[in-house]
Ligand binder design. Structure first.
Ligand code: C5P
Length: 222
């Protein structure tokens, strides 16, 4: 069976990673989580005690930063200057930094290059904000996965709580709305539905139901 590329875009907490992982397993495809790369740069900026609006200083740091993505047994590991930061980048404090650094042109250029290289072989499911519109405009299947902000905040709340983080639902809801706004209104590759994308609203759907819908779309394309 020929391999295609699948772009899965959407706002924070819509279930992109969960669906992409399951889909990758089912199809024997590779899952690339591009948000993790922006998070890695966000973490570096946070650790360097730089405010996310100090662009000049961020660019200086970026020049001395090594980011690598390795795929091991279908899992994506992210290395920042040689250190495995796959878990650290999930800290709630890193999210806003990731969103802020993602507005910077040089940051996007650097990461988009890595992303496009990873997708060259096809058989990739890439999730993010600008995959269908910018990173892989030729992806054969484009999904825009969304849900209400309240539902997304609830999912994030349960996920972080399970990992042992002390989080407040209303604070998460505010942050999700702020990140949506940041991501949708930024100048470069803003979050929007690609013209040829199919929108799936997962607010009232189970993971299994979303997966089923995406699989149906996949078999129509293939
Ligand atoms: O997907 P995740 O929530 O981990 O992404 C963190 C942040 O990285 C997002 O809020 C967004 O600002 C940025 N991002 C992006 N483009 C992508 C993926 C993520 O700008 N393709």
């Amino acid at each position: 069976m020929k391999k295609i590329n699948i772009a899965i875009d959407g706002p924070a907490g819509a279930g992109k990673s969960t669906i992409s992982k399951l889909l990758a397993k089912k199809l024997g495809y590779i899952h690339i989580d591009t948000g993790a790369m922006y998070r890695a740069i966000g973490l570096k900026v946070l650790n360097s005690n730089i405010k996310s609006n100090e662009v000049e200083r961020i660019l200086e740091v970026l020049n001395n930063t090594d980011i690598q993505v390795r795929l091991i047994d279908g899992n994506q590991l992210v290395f920042l200057d040689g250190e495995d930061v796959t878990e650290k980048i999930r800290q709630p404090t890193v999210s806003m930094y990731a969103s802020d650094v993602s507005k910077i042109k040089e940051v996007r250029e650097r990461l988009v290059k890595i992303q496009q290289d990873l997708a060259k072989q096809k058989g990739v499911i890439m999730d993010g904000r600008d995959i269908g519109t910018y990173v892989l405009p030729d992806a054969e299947l484009k999904i825009f996965l969304t849900a209400t902000a309240e539902e997304r905040a609830k999912r994030r709340f349960l996920e972080l709580k399970e990992k042992g983080y002390e989080v407040d639902y209303y604070q998460l809801l505010d942050e999700i709305k702020q990140r949506d706004l940041n991501d949708m209104t930024r100048e470069l590759a803003p979050l929007r539905v690609a013209e040829d994308a199919i929108v799936i609203d997962s607010t009232n759907l189970t993971i299994e139901e979303v997966l089923q819908k995406v699989l149906e779309l996949f078999y129509k394309v293939i």
